[in-house]
Design a protein around this ligand. Sequence first.
Ligand code: NI
Length: 277
Amino acid sequence: MILPVTGCQRKGNENYVPGSLAQNEETSAADVTKETTTEKPTRPPIDPSDKLIALTFDDGPYSPTTNKILDTLEKYNVPATFFVVGNRVSTYSDSVKRAHNMGCEFGSHTYSHKVLTKISSDEISRELNDSSEAIRKITGEDIKIMRPPEGAVNDSVRENVPYPLIMWSVDSKDWVHKKDSDKSYHEVYDYVFDGAIVLMHDIQPGTPDAVSRLIPDLQAQGYRFVTVSELMDARGIQMENGESYGSARPPVEEEETESSEESVGTEEVLTSDSISD
Ligand code: NI
């Protein structure tokens, strides 16, 4: 069964009690150990013609909020992608294990949330190696993708990061709206499109409630939720190390004016990630 947290399970939030997220933090963190799923859920094969969305969560893990998001993902049997900060992974390893067992994808958000354009190539390597190792210790698998803190990328980052750089095309701005989940909900619901990569943060207090509404409401619009790698695979995009990817729209006529996948929805949002840690 899922956690005895009421606010995040409900579609809509009219009965939501402000502050209940914080009040339930201890319960959620403690309960996850015995609630951890042991078998990966099965899902139908992804059809490339499906309307696809990849929800992504940065800056965690932080079990009090991460677990509430996982409750919703579990309820609807959908995956997401977590770009975790490596130095938080061992502290909240239960959430990492649980998400991994649910078929979620993990990527690096560096080891200590360093802005990679401001550090040396040696430091870039250390930030990525340390975070990859921290994740592998818990999941047993190597990561394949990363998201640079603040979306900051320059030539040094492109040359020294041994992973594809995953940006985003829809920003929930949950790091601005914080507890105001309705605003974060609309930042996504009103702007999402087939192939979007959505930026959220699983350390923000309003994010679990926004997610608990977004998933059923967007499913009702015909969308299917996938991980970043699943999205790229479904659209036939072979990601390359050091290259940026912010979306994976379906191949339609009007997209032919775009010169490459890099031009889709990345540059205009490069500086809007939070520096929450
Ligand atoms: Ni971040």
